[in-house]
Design a protein around this ligand. Sequence first.
Ligand code: SF4
Ligand code: SF4
Length: 201
Amino acid sequence: MSDNVEKYIKRNVNKGINSRIAQKFVDAGLEVMRSCINCGTCTGGCPSGRRTAYRTRSAIRRALTGDESVLSDIDIWLCSTCYYCYERCPRNIPVTDMIIKLRNIAVEEGYILDPHFSLANDIFYVTGHGVPANGEANKKWQDLRESYGLPPLPPTVHTHPEAVKEVQELLKSVGFTELMENAAKLKGERAKKEEKKEEVK
Ligand code: SF4
Ligand code: SF4
């Protein structure tokens, strides 16, 4: 894409689209989201959308127009971050980054799925791994690797358990633990509200 076209696209954002969620994108330096023309190219090529109800264009549209239900929609977690849409958007919008940002906003507001919460807290924080492939429970993967003549997995916190503390310090310093605590709190509050609503019915 030529520089001129890029400049045109950057200038031609629709500032009239300004939902609370859209403003968060602007604050994160992603104002270009407001230049979406709703063409559906992102949805058309999305491999996840071919197999699920997830529609990229719709998720972007809902975020732009302030449809808050998009934050609790499980579909936004179906994006595989393959970057296919990112490469093809005619408005040069970093669509995949938008979806990742949308997920970040969702988690900040307590919309985190139980398996993700458990992975983040009970596995990643505790072991220093998202997928602790070196653990005893995963020995079969190590054996499989060796059977293909591949070198053993590189040293990790499994072989250097003292490094877990460093990982945890790092996670604290970037606000990960605070984010998780807040998400758990908001999720719990929301669940209680729902329970009360059910009792009233
Ligand atoms: S491809 Fe780009 S412009 Fe078209 S709907 Fe998707 S995000 Fe919007
Ligand atoms: S990055 Fe996500 S939204 Fe984009 S094409 Fe891939 S799966 Fe679909």
